[in-house]
Design a protein around this ligand. Structure first.
Ligand SMILES: Cc1cc2nc3c(=O)[nH]c(=O)nc-3n(C[C@H](O)[C@H](O)[C@H](O)COP(=O)(O)O)c2cc1C
Length: 472
């Protein structure tokens, strides 16, 4: 799939996308419709008639596992999706640069930048948001001035002024690595581009915490199975996705900050707090495709598109991190959607040595962009994607004083509402070793009890005879 439009068509073909043709209000109604639609497990939505705007808004294209799998061209199950990510990491595909004349994202150049008057329907997603958020399911593109590493991440962009947007950039995130790099070279500003209306692969990588020093474009190419096409920006040498619907180009001042950014209804379901002295971007130029789509997403209490996209992508990225670490026996990883797709991870292992589960916990905690503060490690017989099975493992294999590890005052995301304001960014880590405690049984000169299930050969026979029992 080359672009958002093709993805919309594919989703329509499956009946997984609906157009809302009645007039809706961007300041209060769109967010509430999205909330209800995600609660109902509904389709992706195109709002075609937004009060005051001609440009349609697309929400929820990656809002379900089947849609995610459709984009990847694989079966709608986690093993097949994980294989796609695994192969993207093993065989990333470099982006190719095309000529500006071939770049749809440059078809129209706005004469002036006035975010209060531009044609894009930027909703106020939640009633308590500080203002309209222009960037919610998009990519903020920056470059390491020394190595050329290009980063694309979804960093929210609240409209702050007619030519300025916020950009929440916590110090452990890759954009902040770049800010520090530009600062260390004595630069006063960092070039930034914002791409809105992306092909699904760019959406996937931009929210998934792809490792530092790895270009998201290349992993997106690997997921797509073909290079992402990029083109030189007009006002800097950044490369931007040719097929994006809208490109905003600008600069982030290095030593200047906006006094207040946010609050915004956050991915975990609560309102965030005001971010004081927050980085911002001055927009110098806006280009877009003819008749563009605007794309965004509703955050808040899971379930939602952000949770699905982050949960799946981060599970795959974390798996890759554990695999690369050389830690043996890691079988599967789930960054749970219920855990706000960032705060909880479940990892299954083939346990090989005493303390193996704790090694895994330490590696998960150490992957700082994802800040999974709660980690449950289970044996390979437990499906990490099945909360029922994970709970069963915790209930039947864990003794708290023996199997629970707490590390106090460690790192987490700055938005975690469980921590009081003065300690934002600091959190206790909790690890639960829910693997069978065979090493402890051994020390006790005994063995963990066998499963109570009937033996497999008897189960096989019973399954064969199932219809004979009149049960089919
Ligand atoms: C809708 C949405 C909004 C997000 N907003 C922010 C944000 O403002 N700041 C931030 O650090 N991460 C935000 N994230 C999470 C980042 O997209 C994610 O951590 C990503 O991996 C960052 O890119 P990077 O890995 O290249 O640093 C958001 C994610 C979503 C889905």
């Amino acid at each position: 799939m080359e672009n958002l439009r093709e993805f919309i068509t594919s989703l329509e073909g499956k009946g997984w996308l609906r157009h809302i043709d009645v007039e809706v209000d961007p300041s209060w109604e769109i967010g509430a419709i999205c909330r209800e639609n995600f609660n109902r497990g509904g389709p992706a939505l195109v709002f075609s008639k937004i009060n005051g705007f001609k440009t349609p808004l697309v929400v929820g294209v990656l809002g379900s596992v089947p849609s995610y799998a459709l984009a990847l061209g694989c079966g709608s199950n986690f093993p097949e999706i994980a294989k796609k990510w695994e192969s993207a990491f093993a065989r990333p595909i470099k982006a190719v640069e095309v000529n500006a004349k071939e770049a749809p994202c440059k078809e129209v150049k706005l004469k002036e930048v006035n975010l209060y008057a531009d044609p894009f329907p930027v909703p106020r997603w939640h009633p308590l948001d500080a203002g309209p958020e222009l960037g919610t399911f998009h990519g903020v593109i920056t470059k390491d001035p020394e190595t050329g590493w290009i980063n694309m991440g979804t960093y929210r962009n609240q409209i702050l002024d007619k030519d300025k947007v916020g950009c929440l950039s916590p110090p452990y995130k890759h954009i902040a690595y770049h800010i520090r790099k530009w600062a260390s070279l004595g630069k006063k500003t960092m070039p930034v581009a914002i791409a809105v209306g992306l092909d699904p692969y760019l959406n996937m990588v931009a929210v998934s915490g792809v490792p530092a020093e790895v270009d998201e474009y290349d992993i997106a190419g690997g997921l797509k199975g073909a290079p992402i096409k990029v083109v030189k920006a007009e006002t800097s040498d950044l490369l931007v996705p040719t097929n994006a619907e809208i490109i905003l180009e600008g600069e982030m001042p290095i030593d200047e900050f906006w006094p207040e950014e946010g609050p915004f209804g956050e991915f975990h379901g609560y309102m965030g707090e005001i971010q004081r002295n927050s980085p911002f971007i001055k927009i110098h130029q806006i280009t877009h495709r003819r008749s563009p789509y605007f794309q965004g997403t509703y955050e808040g209490r899971p379930p939602h598109e952000s949770g699905i996209a982050r949960g799946i992508g981060r599970s795959c990225v974390l798996y890759e991190h554990l695999r690369r670490s050389g830690c043996p026996g890691v079988k599967d990883v789930c960054v749970t959607v219920g855990g706000a797709a960032g705060l909880h991870a479940v990892v299954s292992i083939k346990k090989s040595f005493p303390g193996h589960a704790r090694c895994v916990m330490a590696l998960v905690w150490g992957y700082n962009v994802l800040f999974c503060k709660h980690v449950v490690v289970v044996d390979e017989d437990i499906d990490v994607w099945n909360p029922f099975m994970v709970e069963w493992a915790i209930a039947t294999r864990v003794q708290a004083s023996r199997d629970v590890t707490i590390v106090e005052n460690a790192h987490t995301g700055v938005l975690d509402p469980s921590q009081v304001s003065s300690k934002r960014g600091w959190s206790d880590w909790l690890g639960i070793d829910a693997t069978i405690p065979d090493e402890h049984y051994k020390r006790d000169n005994s063995t963990f009890p066998p499963f109570a299930d009937p033996p497999e050969e008897i189960m096989g026979k019973v399954r064969q005879n199932w219809s004979k029992y009149g049960l089919e």
